[in-house]
Design a protein around this ligand. Structure first.
Ligand code: MSP
Length: 652
C-alpha cells in the first residue's frame, strides 16, 4: 500500500469573503497535493472554515444576521472559489459540524484526564481580530495587539486553562529532534526563541461568548476559538468518527499556513495534541505574505485583491502560475498587475505557447499531422540530456517546496527547445528530401519535450497540462503520470496530433486594466450604494414609517477621523481611517467635493458601524459616514457634536 501524505490549509474565518491570502495558501496546498500524488503518495488534502468565535459573532451581529447564516454564506463562497481555481480537496471541515464538536470535546476530555486542564479566572487584553491574547495584563494600560497592532479589549472572567507552561521543554525538544518541524528555518528560530522566553498557561474557554462549542463538562463555557479551530484538522480526518481513516492518515505531514498564524500551529497545537496523547504534526510551513505596494494585504487595510475579480480577468491557470512562479516560497512578495501580464505574455504566451503552436503547425504542415520517428539533428542529444536533468532538478526543488525554482527548471527546457528549433531552421530544410531525417528529429524532439513539460506542469497548471497532451494527441489523463516513470521515450512517434487553439492569448495592459475596472465595478454594483448617508432634508415627504426596532438595527457610532486621503482617479471619494474606540476602520466616503482631507483629521463624526463591507474603487469600505445634503448632487455636510463625546458611543 502506498505511503500516505496528509496536508492541510488553514480553516478560514467566515467573517468576510475569501481574499487573495487564503487563496494563495490553498493553491500552494493543492499544488503540493497534486505533486505528492505524482510521486506516488496516497494524499489527503483538507481545507475548511473556522466558523465560531467573537470575530464572527460580531461580524454577523453587525450585518443583522445570525452567525450560522453568515457562516453558511461564506462557506459556500469558499466552495465556489475552490472549484473555480481547480482545488481538488479531499476533505472539508466546518467547525459548526457535529462531528467536529465531538472531536473538540474528546481532545479536551483527554487533556483534562491527563492533568493538563484546570479551572481559574482570566483577566487580560484580547484582540478580537486575531482572536488572540495580548501578553500584558495591566487593566489600566490598554494594550495593542502584538500581531496586528489593533486596540485590544479587556476581559475578565472564569475560565479553563490549558497547562501550556508544562510543554516548554517538550516543544523545544520537538524542534530540535525534527529540524523540519518548522519551516522555513528562519521562522523555526523565531518560534524557538519565543518558546525559550517562557510559556504561560493558556485560557481555553470563555463564558461571555456564546458562539462556540460548549465544554462537555461545563456547558456555560465555550471553547476558545483557536482550541476549537485547530481541532478541525483531527475532525476532518475521521477522529472519533472514522477510525480506519484516522489511523491511516494521522499525523499530519504538513500544515500550510501564513507566517502570522505559525505560532498557533507550532506552539499551541502540538502541545494540545501531546496533552491528549496524540501525535503532533510532522511539519508546519509558514509562508510569507502577499503585499500590495509593500504593505501586507489585509481586510482591515482594505487593500486586499478580490480573487473573483482576478480570476475573471486572468483565469485560474495564469493566476496559479503567477502566484507560484513569482513568490519565493517562504518570503514576502509584492503583487503586481504588470508582473502578471509580463509572466503571461513572456513565459506562457511567448515561450510555452509559441513552442506548442509552432510544433503543432510544423507537424501538421510538413508531416500531415503525424509525429515522425526521430532521425538526427543538431542538438538532439543535448535536448534529451537536458530533459532528464530538468526532471531531476524539478523534483529536488518541488520536494523542497521551492516551486519558483522548479518552474524555472521547466522554462530552461522550454527555452532550449525553442532555440534548438531555430538553430535547425526546419522551415528552410522542409523542402529538401535529403534533410528529411533532420526535420523528423526536430519535430519529434519538440513534441516529446512538450509531453514531458506538460507532465511537470501538472501540479501547478493542471488544465494547461491536459490541454498540451490533448494537442499532442495523447488521450491519457496527465494526472496519472508518475514522476518515477517519466522519461524520454519514443512512444509519440506515429501519433496523430490534434492541435488546437493558442493556450494563452497575449494580454494588452490597457485592455486588462479596463476589464479589471469593469469587473470590479460590476462586483461593487452588486453591493449596496451611496458612500455617505445623505439625509435628504430638502424633500417634503419623509420615508415610510419604521418601528423603534427597525431603527435599532442601525448601529450609529461616534468615531474620530485619524487618517484621510484622496483616492487617485476618484474625484468624489476620500479614503478615511476612523477610530471607534474599540477598533479602527477604513471607510471610503463620497465627501471629497466638500472637505479637504487634512481638515478632517481629529474631527468627530457619526458612522453607520454595521453596514456590510463593500468595495469602492478596489478599496474596502467598512461602514458609512453620516452626512446631510439638500439633494443627491449637493454638497454633503457631516453630522457632528457640540459637546465632547467619546469614540464608540452609540446614537440612540
Ligand atoms: N481562522 C484562522 C486559521 C485557523 S486554522 C486552524 C485564520 N483564518 S484567516 O482566514 O484569517 O487566514 C487564513 C490564511 O490566510 C492564513 O494562513 C494567513 O496567513 C493567510 N493570509 C492572510 N493574508 C495574507 C497575505 N496578505 N498574504 C498571504 N497570506 C496571508 O487565520
Amino acid at each position: 500500500m502506498s505511503k500516505t501524505f496528509y496536508i492541510t490549509t488553514p480553516l478560514y474565518y467566515v467573517n468576510a469573503p475569501p481574499h487573495l491570502g487564503g487563496t494563495y495558501t490553498t493553491i500552494v496546498a493543492d499544488t503540493i497535493a497534486r505533486y505528492k500524488r505524482m510521486i506516488g503518495f496516497d494524499v489527503k488534502l483538507l481545507s475548511g472554515t473556522d466558523e465560531h468565535g467573537q470575530k464572527i459573532e460580531r461580524s454577523a451581529r453587525g450585518q443583522g444576521i445570525a452567525p450560522q447564516a453568515l457562516a453558511d454564506r461564506v462557506y459556500t463562497e469558499y466552495l465556489d472559489l475552490w472549484k473555480l481555481i481547480g482545488i481538488e480537496f479531499d476533505e472539508f471541515i466546518r467547525t459548526t459540524e457535529q462531528r467536529h464538536h465531538t472531536s473538540v470535546s474528546e481532545l479536551y476530555t483527554r487533556a483534562k484526564a491527563n492533568g493538563y486542564v484546570y479551572k481559574g479566572s482570566y483577566s487580560g487584553w484580547y484582540c478580537v481580530s486575531c482572536e488572540a491574547y495580548a501578553p500584558e495584563s495591566d487593566p489600566s494600560t490598554p494594550a495593542t495587539c502584538p500581531d496586528c497592532g489593533r486596540k485590544t479589549e479587556w476581559f475578565s472572567e472564569e475560565s479553563y486553562f490549558f497547562k501550556l507552561s508544562a510543554f516548554q521543554d517538550r516543544l523545544l525538544e520537538l524542534y530540535e529532534t525534527n529540524k523540519a518541524f518548522i519551516r522555513p528555518e528562519s521562522r523555526r528560530n523565531e518560534i524557538a526563541s519565543f518558546v525559550r522566553g517562557g510559556l504561560k498557561d493558556l485560557s481555553i474557554s470563555r463564558v461571555s461568548l456564546k458562539w462556540g462549542v460548549p465544554l462537555p463538562d461545563d456547558p456555560g463555557h465555550v471553547f476558545y476559538v483557536w482550541y476549537d479551530a485547530l481541532t478541525g484538522y483531527l475532525s476532518g480526518m475521521g477522529f472519533k468518527s472514522d477510525d480506519m481513516k484516522f489511523f491511516r492518515y494521522w499525523p499530519v505531514d504538513v500544515h500550510l499556513v501564513g507566517k502570522d498564524i505559525l505560532r498557533f500551529h507550532a506552539v499551541y497545537w502540538p502541545a494540545f495534541l501531546i496533552a491528549a496523547g496524540l501525535e503532533p504534526p510532522k511539519s508546519v510551513f509558514g509562508h510569507g505574505w502577499w503585499l500590495f505596494k509593500d504593505e501586507k494585504m489585509s481586510k482591515s487595510r482594505g487593500n486586499v485583491l478580490n480573487p473573483y475579480v482576478l480570476l475573471e480577468v486572468f483565469g485560474s491557470e495564469l493566476l496559479r502560475y503567477y502566484l507560484l512562479r513569482e513568490m519565493v516560497f517562504g518570503q514576502d512578495c509584492n503583487f503586481s498587475f504588470d508582473a502578471v501580464i509580463q509572466r503571461s505574455n513572456s513565459d506562457l504566451a511567448n515561450d510555452l505557447g509559441n513552442l506548442l503552436s509552432r510544433t503543432m503547425a510544423m507537424i501538421s504542415k510538413y508531416r500531415g499531422g503525424r509525429i515522425p520517428a526521430p532521425g538526427e539533428a543538431k542538438g538532439d542529444g543535448e535536448i534529451r540530456e537536458l530533459a532528464g536533468r530538468v526532471v531531476q532538478s524539478y523534483r529536488a526543488n518541488f520536494d523542497d517546496y521551492n516551486f519558483s525554482r522548479g518552474l524555472e527548471n521547466i522554462w530552461e527546457l522550454i527555452s532550449r527547445v525553442n532555440k534548438y528549433i531555430v538553430e535547425n531552421e526546419p522551415w528552410a530544410i522542409a523542402e529538401k528530401p535529403s534533410q528529411a531525417k533532420k526535420l523528423d528529429s526536430v519535430l519529434f524532439h519538440a513534441a516529446e519535450s512538450l509531453r514531458l513539460i506538460a507532465a511537470l506542469l501538472t501540479p501547478v497548471i493542471p488544465k494547461t497540462a491536459q490541454a498540451l497532451w490533448q494537442q499532442l494527441g495523447i488521450d491519457a489523463d496527465v494526472k496519472t503520470v508518475r514522476l518515477d516513470e517519466l522519461r524520454w521515450t519514443e512512444e509519440l512517434a506515429g501519433k496523430t496530433i490534434r492541435g488546437g487553439a493558442a493556450l494563452f492569448p497575449r494580454l494588452d495592459p490597457k485592455e486588462v486594466f479596463t476589464k479589471m475596472d469593469d469587473v470590479s465595478g460590476r462586483k461593487e454594483a452588486a453591493a449596496p450604494a451611496v458612500p455617505a448617508a445623505a439625509v435628504e432634508t430638502g424633500e417634503a415627504a419623509v420615508a415610510s414609517m419604521i418601528t423603534i426596532d427597525d431603527f435599532a438595527k442601525v448601529d450609529l457610532r461616534v468615531a474620530t477621523v485619524i487618517e484621510a486621503e484622496r483616492i487617485k482617479g476618484a474625484d468624489k471619494l476620500l479614503k478615511l481611517v476612523v477610530d471607534l474606540g474599540f477598533e479602527k476602520r477604513q471607510i471610503v466616503a463620497g465627501i471629497a467635493v466638500a472637505y479637504q482631507p487634512e481638515s478632517l483629521i481629529g474631527r468627530k463624526v457619526v458612522i453607520v458601524a454595521n453596514l456590510q463591507p463593500r468595495k469602492l474603487r478596489g478599496l474596502e469600505s467598512n461602514g458609512m459616514i453620516v452626512a446631510a445634503s439638500i439633494g443627491p448632487d449637493t454638497t454633503p455636510v457631516l453630522a457632528g457634536f457640540h459637546e465632547d463625546i467619546q469614540n464608540g458611543a452609540r446614537l440612540r
